[in-house]
Structures are given as structure tokens and as C-alpha cells.
Ligand binder design. Structure first.
Ligand code: DON
Length: 303
């Protein structure tokens, strides 16, 4: 497969969509990003990376980090995680509170904010420093020791974090949060504020295309666990647009309000695309279109 040629074709095809949509503004520091950016990278199973456009420019990973904290919490703590969080699509926006009360403080899945807070809480209990554990893991998988938190973004989200605070306190009232809520929120905001490029994210997610094997060949997850995370990404990774994303792209994917989307072709490669303009559900407009083009042009999908 000539990934480089495919990427150039995709960049041409989606150029009219770059700049459409709106960068996230509810975290004020994210609203400053240049909406005309577009980058895309493919990493093969051996870690060779192909890219186009702004593929090496760091951006705010945001909810894409939820994939990595889920993997670490499962790897360190095992299946008991699923007593605290479900794995059904929510059909609601990523930051919705509405299901939590009638479902007794158990979030629908690990990728909506409520579910990600539960996962980070578990990782905090297991490691004592969830956000540092995540950053260290990402540095190892990318081979990029420069990966870092963006303090401006973390502090901006913290200053406007009432909704996530409400979710965490509400779940704590059901006994579904073990750590002190302000500490948990800090780790969650710093986790979301990690800056990574498309190349970094495509490399970091490779264990999901390699059936659980890390960059150094050691095993992070069993083959089944890697399959399970890919399945939850397919059904829940783009929130209330997951059905449409599966229909158009046909791959496990995880979006973030920084405008990035990671997608996995198990046994073949990982992809990451970035363009900051978001649709109404918080997914990158040009990013979804680019992944749609990728699977159409290459015939690579899980179906
Ligand atoms: O908690 C939040 O709202 C953000 N830090 C992350 C949300 C996000 O990226 C949703 N993805 N599309």
C-alpha cells in the first residue's frame, strides 16, 4: 500500500472542508487554534510513519487520551473496571449528565466524560499519579521524550470545569469515585491537555493495531483486551455520532475536541488526522471526511 500517495490524495480531496466547523470554545485556550490547519499520519505495524500537511505539529489531544487511560487501567487493574463503567453507546453528548441519575452513577462507557473520569479515578488508585503515568507511557510508545502537558490548556479547562466537576461529584455520591474529587479533576484536566502531533498519536496507538503488543514488543494487553477496546472505540469513540462514523469510516476511532481523531486498522496500521473545526457533536469535520476517504480509497476497514 502506497500510504504516502493515499495521504496526498486525501489532503487534496478534503481541502474544501478544512476550516469548516468551529474550534471548541468551551475551553477558552482551545479557541485560539488556527482553524485552517490540517494534518494526517499513518503508522504501519513496524512504526514507520507517513504524513501530510501539519502531521508533525502538536495539538491538544483531549479526549483521545481516554483510549490510553482505558488501556492502562485495564492492563494494571483488569476486568473489575467494568463494574464501574459500562460499554454501551450513550446516544448523548460527551459531557451529558442526563443518564447518570437513573443509571445509579455508572456511566454508559469509558469515552464519555463521566466514564473517562471513572477510568482516570481507577488509574489514580492503581498508580498514585494517573496523569504522569499516562505521559510516561505515551513518551515510551512514541519514542518522543519531549511530549508534555500544555499548562495553559489544563488551567483554562480547570477554570471552566464546572460540568466535569458536577459529573465527578455526582458519581462520588453513588460511591463510584474512590479518590478526592479535586485531585481526580486535576489529573483528568492535565491528561486531556497533553500536546501530541498526528505522528505521535498514530505511533502511540499502535498497540491496538498490534493486538496488544507495545512498541518494544512487550505485551500491554491480551489479544482479547485489544479487541475489546477497539470494539468500544467503534461503538462509542465518537459519542452521539458513533453510528454515522461507523457507517462512513468503518474503523474504531476516537475523537477529541482539539480536532484530532485516531483510527485503528487492526493488523495493518494506525491513523491520526487533525483539523480544528468541529461539527455539532465535537468531531473534526475535515478529520471525519479524511478518514472516510482513507477507507474508501484503500478498502481497509474492519468490514
Ligand atoms: O472534558 C472535556 O470536556 C474535554 N477535556 C475533553 C472532551 C473531548 O475531547 C470530547 N471529544 N470530542
Amino acid at each position: 500500500m502506497d500510504y504516502q500517495a493515499v495521504l496526498h490524495q486525501i489532503a487534496d480531496d478534503v481541502a474544501p472542508l478544512v476550516g469548516r466547523g468551529t474550534p471548541a470554545a468551551y475551553i477558552p485556550a482551545l479557541a485560539d487554534v488556527d482553524p485552517s490547519r490540517f494534518g494526517m499520519a499513518v503508522a504501519d505495524l513496524d512504526g514507520k510513519v507517513y504524513g501530510v500537511g501539519d502531521w508533525q505539529r502538536p495539538f491538544s489531544a483531549q479526549s483521545i487520551t481516554k483510549v490510553f487511560t482505558l488501556a492502562l487501567a485495564l492492563a494494571r487493574g483488569g476486568d473489575s473496571l467494568w463494574e464501574h463503567v459500562g460499554r454501551e453507546p450513550s446516544g448523548n453528548p460527551f459531557n451529558s449528565l442526563v443518564q447518570l441519575e437513573y443509571e445509579n452513577g455508572i456511566p454508559r462507557n469509558p469515552f464519555i466524560n463521566a466514564g473517562a473520569l471513572v477510568v482516570t479515578d481507577r488509574l489514580q488508585t492503581l498508580t498514585g499519579d494517573a496523569s504522569s503515568e499516562l505521559l510516561e507511557f505515551l513518551r515510551e510508545e512514541t519514542g518522543n521524550p519531549e511530549l508534555a502537558f500544555d499548562a495553559v490548556v489544563a488551567e483554562s479547562e480547570s477554570a471552566h470545569g464546572d460540568r466535569n466537576a458536577a459529573l465527578a461529584h455526582f458519581m462520588a455520591s453513588y460511591g463510584n469515585i474512590a479518590n478526592d474529587v479535586p485531585t481526580l479533576l486535576d489529573h483528568y484536566f492535565w491528561q486531556c491537555a497533553i500536546e501530541m502531533s498526528c505522528a505521535d498519536l498514530a505511533l502511540a496507538a499502535r498497540f491496538l493495531a498490534r493486538h496488544g503488543l507495545r512498541a518494544d514488543g512487550s505485551r500491554l494487553l491480551t489479544r482479547s483486551e485489544a479487541k475489546q477496546i477497539n470494539a468500544v472505540m467503534l461503538t462509542c469513540g465518537t459519542y452521539d455520532a458513533a453510528g454515522d462514523f461507523a457507517y462512513r469510516v468503518g474503523l474504531p476511532g476516537k475523537s477529541g475536541v482539539g480536532g484530532g481523531i485516531v483510527a485503528i486498522v487492526p493488523g495493518h496500521c494506525t491513523l491520526c488526522v487533525w483539523s480544528p473545526g468541529l461539527d455539532a457533536r465535537g468531531n473534526s469535520v475535515a478529520g471525519v471526511a479524511a478518514l472516510d476517504r482513507f477507507t474508501t480509497l484503500t478498502g481497509l476497514s474492519v468490514f
